[in-house]
Ligand binder design. Structure first.
Ligand code: A2P
Length: 347
C-alpha cells in the first residue's frame, strides 16, 4: 500500500487555507489524516473536506503531535511562533510567510524552477512571495536558455494578497462608494475600490517597499543567481484575487520574441495567451481559479537590442500561494523525504 501522511493546515480559515483544502482534495494528496488549525477565534468552526465537516482547532503546543507535514499560512508572526515547535514534533513545515524565506538553511522553492532545492531541507521549506512565484514561473524558462542580466518589473496586485478580510473589504468599499457612503478602511490604509496605491508595506532607506525587495532578493535565491539585477514597483489594484505583472527583461544577447514564445509555449506551469488580431491578452479575471501563469504581449523591447517585454497574470491565492505549497508537499512525497533530518534550521 502506498504511504499516506498526516497534514495540518495552520491558517485553515484564511483565503489560502481554504484553497489548500480544495487542492489537497482535488489533487488527491495521499492523506492519512487532516488537521485544521487557526486562532482561538475560529476554534469549533467546521470546514468541508471530501464530503465531511472537519472541526478547526486553536493551535497549541499539542497541535503537531503525529503531524508529518504542516502547511502554514497564518502570517509571519504565527509562523515564527510555531514552525520550530512543529519541526521539533517531527513535522516538515512548508511555510507561506516571509519569516524564513531568506534563511540560508531554508530552501525557497518554486517546483517549476528549483525542485531539487527541497532535498536539502532541514525541517522548514519556504514558499516564496506570490509576485515572485508568478514571475519566476514565467521567466525562468527564458533564463535557462539565455541568462537574464536585469529584470524591471511593475506589479498590479490584487486584494487577496492581504487576506480574506481584505478581499471582503474591497467589495464593501465598492458597495459603499456606489451608494455614496464612506468606504471602510480597516484592513487597507486607503480605499482600493475605484483606486490603486503603491504597495503599503514598509519602505527601506532606498525608498523600496518590502514587497519590492522580496521580488529582488527571493528571485536571486530561487534562481541561484545572486548577481541578477532586479528592480520592481509594486502596486495594489482593485482586483480580487489575481496579480498582473509587466516585466522587462534584459539579456546579454538578443532574444527574439518568437524564440521566447516558442520556449514559453512548452514551459511547465505557463500558458501563453495572445491574440494579436483581437488585442486579447491575459487578464486577472481569466487567471482566477487557474493553475497556470498566463503570459502574453511577448515582444521586443524597442529601447534595447537585448530586451524583451512580457505581461503576465496569475491567481495569487492558487499558484501564488496554496498550489505552490501543495506542489512542494507533492515533491517531498515523490522524493520520499517528508521526514526532516534533526532540526538544524538556525533560530
Ligand atoms: P482566524 O480565522 O482564526 O483569525 P487570511 O490571510 O485570509 O487573513 O487568513 C489568515 C489565517 O491565519 C486565518 O486562518 C487566521 O485564523 C489565521 N491566524 C491569524 N492569526 C493567527 C494566530 N495568532 N494563530 C493561529 N492562526 C492565526
Amino acid at each position: 500500500m502506498s504511504k499516506t501522511y498526516t497534514v495540518a493546515i495552520l491558517g485553515a480559515t484564511g483565503a489560502v487555507g481554504y484553497e489548500l483544502l480544495e487542492l489537497l482534495e482535488s489533487r488527491h494528496f495521499p492523506l492519512a489524516d487532516l488537521k485544521l488549525l487557526a486562532s482561538p477565534r475560529s476554534a469549533g468552526q467546521t470546514l468541508p473536506f471530501k464530503g465531511e465537516n472537519i472541526t478547526v482547532a486553536a493551535v497549541d503546543e499539542n497541535s503537531f503531535n503525529n503531524v508529518d507535514i504542516l502547511l502554514a499560512s497564518a502570517g509571519g508572526s504565527t509562523s515564527r511562533a510555531w514552525a520550530h515547535k512543529a519541526v521539533d514534533a517531527g513535522a516538515v513545515v512548508i511555510d507561506n510567510s516571509s519569516a524564513f524565506r531568506m534563511n540560508p538553511d531554508v530552501p525557497l522553492v518554486v517546483p517549476e524552477v528549483n525542485p531539487d532545492a527541497v532535498v536539502k531541507h532541514k525541517g522548514i521549506i519556504a514558499n516564496p512571495n506570490c509576485t515572485t512565484i508568478l514571475m519566476a514561473v514565467a521567466i525562468y524558462p527564458l533564463h535557462q536558455v539565455k541568462k537574464i542580466q536585469r529584470i524591471v518589473a511593475a506589479t498590479y496586485q490584487s486584494a487577496s494578497g492581504a487576506g480574506a478580510k481584505a478581499m471582503a473589504e474591497v467589495q464593501a468599499q465598492a458597495s459603499a462608494i456606489l451608494t455614496g457612503e464612506k468606504p471602510p478602511t480597516d484592513i487597507f490604509p486607503y480605499p482600493l475600490a475605484f483606486n490603486l496605491f503603491p504597495h503599503n508595506t514598509p519602505l527601506n532607506e532606498m525608498g523600496y517597499c518590502e514587497e519590492e525587495m522580496k521580488m529582488v532578493n527571493e528571485t536571486r535565491k530561487i534562481f541561484a543567481a545572486p548577481d541578477i539585477r532586479v528592480t520592481a514597483t509594486c502596486v495594489r489594484v482593485p482586483v480580487l484575487r489575481a496579480h498582473s505583472e509587466a516585466i522587462n527583461l534584459e539579456f546579454a544577447e538578443p532574444f527574439s520574441a518568437d524564440e521566447a514564445r516558442e520556449i514559453l509555449n512548452k514551459a511547465p506551469g505557463v500558458k501563453v495567451v495572445e491574440d494579436w488580431q483581437a488585442n486579447y491578452f491575459p487578464m486577472p479575471v481569466d487567471a482566477t481559479g487557474r493553475d497556470e501563469v498566463l503570459v502574453g504581449r511577448i515582444r521586443q523591447d524597442i529601447s534595447h537590442p537585448c530586451g524583451l517585454e512580457l505581461w503576465l497574470c496569475g491567481d495569487q491565492i492558487r499558484k501564488g500561494a496554496a498550489l505552490n505549497a501543495v506542489q512542494i508537499a507533492e515533491l517531498l512525497v515523490e522524493k520520499n523525504i517528508v521526514k526532516p533530518e534533526p532540526a538544524t534550521v538556525s533560530r
